[in-house]
Design a binder for this molecule. Structure first.
Ligand code: NAD
Ligand code: TYD
Length: 333
């Protein structure tokens, strides 16, 4: 197969590309806008493979998409703005990429008759106090991030129903692992701990997330790509749930720092209390998560400790301004 992977220079997309190229004969074309969250270096270990090519462009640009989709058998769309806090501060790019970008991609897939997989999130269902969401749970998103992701999912479903385009949607729970940009909880806490910086925990730290190791999400997406039924949605939940303070305390132990670095700070507006996804439908296709949180978090901390080449340019660049905006007042309170 020849795959067009949009957003393949980001966290999950790059892990998917790396795994797919190791496990199959597929050719991979990555189309990526290289926003603050996407970098060519993240793909440096597959760059030299003759089956790999890269196009710098945005999914909302019809010319870039037309060039990228030619000859593809399937599109896997990871391209997105992905951080809830940024969507609260500046929702503009979220609307553009998720609404307009998904539309442009779907139009091109329809024109070329190419199968389409949309990578989505458990956050489209909103928060759940008990039990787990299934694929038929109503969409009830809380943030501009999740609302625009939900809108993109609905547009994808409409192209299946209205135009007969073969589409599948894959909704993952919170991912963690190598190459995650340090605005998200786990890499932010790991890098702060490794630098002896304060560890900001929102609210009471009791919000619960359903943690999924990134390589398991990548293998679930490959499974749905190969065996998913067109028109269907598949939830992919991690094997473990944990509240944030427990995650942060475990990172503190693994990094060997003092827990007095932990600081409870002003909560995120509209903060979802708990996410939980049932995965029975994707498991019926033969997928299983291989990494429990206990092992995955150790691998993740080790990876950040051993790969400063990857995160040093981020920590010394525009991330500093972002960090000051997001945490300056919170940590000063
Ligand atoms: P990321 O922020 O690490 O990477 C996003 C990538 O998309 C970057 O390479 C960026 O340059 C690229 N991109 C952004 N806008 C683009 C545009 N308009 N055109 C082309 N490329 C663009 O994100 P991630 O964590 O790897 O998430 C990938 C996908 O998985 C997203 O759709 C996200 O909603 C979904 N998801 C993420 C998680 C998670 O925990 N991170 C969980 C479930 C689902
Ligand atoms: P995040 O990694 O932003 O993922 P999401 O909001 O998409 O689930 O946040 C995970 C959880 O950690 C969430 O409950 C918010 C919380 N959090 C903190 O407590 N401190 C932080 O600095 C960040 C970034 C997140």
């Amino acid at each position: 197969m020849r795959l067009l992977v949009c957003g393949g220079a980001g966290f999950i997309g790059s892990n998917f590309v790396r795994q797919r190229m190791a496990r199959s004969e597929d050719e991979v074309v990555v189309l990526d806008k290289l926003t603050y969250a996407g970098r060519r270096e993240t793909l440096r270990d597959v760059e030299a493979d003759p089956r790999f090519s890269f196009i710098h462009g945005a999914i909302e640009d019809p010319a870039a998409v037309a060039a990228a989709i030619a000859g593809a058998d399937a599109v896997v769309n990871f391209a997105a703005e992905t951080h809830v806090d940024r969507s609260i501060a500046e929702p503009d790019a979220f609307v553009r990429t998720h609404a307009l970008g998904t539309y442009v991609l779907l139009e091109a897939a329809r024109e070329h008759g190419v199968r389409y997989l949309q990578v989505s999130t458990d956050e489209v269902y909103g928060s759940i106090a008990e039990g787990s969401f299934t694929e038929t749970s109503p969409l009830d998103p809380s943030s501009p991030y999740s609302a625009t992701k939900a809108g993109a999912d609905l547009l994808v479903a409409s192209y299946q129903r209205t135009f007969g385009l073969e589409t599948v949607i894959c909704r993952g729970s919170n991912n963690y692992g190598p190459y995650q940009y340090p605005e998200k909880l786990i890499p932010l806490i790991v890098l702060n701990a490794l630098h002896g910086d304060r560890l900001p925990v929102y609210g009471d730290g009791r919000n619960v997330r359903n943690w999924l190791f990134v390589e398991d999400f990548a293998s679930a997406i490959a499974c749905v790509l190969e065996r998913g039924v067109p028109g269907e949605t598949y939830n992919v939940g991690g094997p473990d749930e944990s509240d944030n303070i427990t995650v942060v305390q475990r990172i503190v132990e693994l990094c060997g720092v003092d827990s007095s670095l932990i600081e409870f700070v002003t909560d995120r507006p509209g903060h979802d209390r708990r996410y939980s996804l049932g995965s029975a439908k994707v498991q019926a296709l033969g997928w299983r998560a291989e990494t429990r949180f206990a092992q995955g978090i150790e691998r993740t901390v080790d990876w950040y400790r051993d790969n400063s080449w990857w995160w040093e340019p981020i920590r010394s660049g525009s991330y500093r301004e972002y960090y000051a905006r997001q945490y300056g007042t919170r940590l000063a309170e």
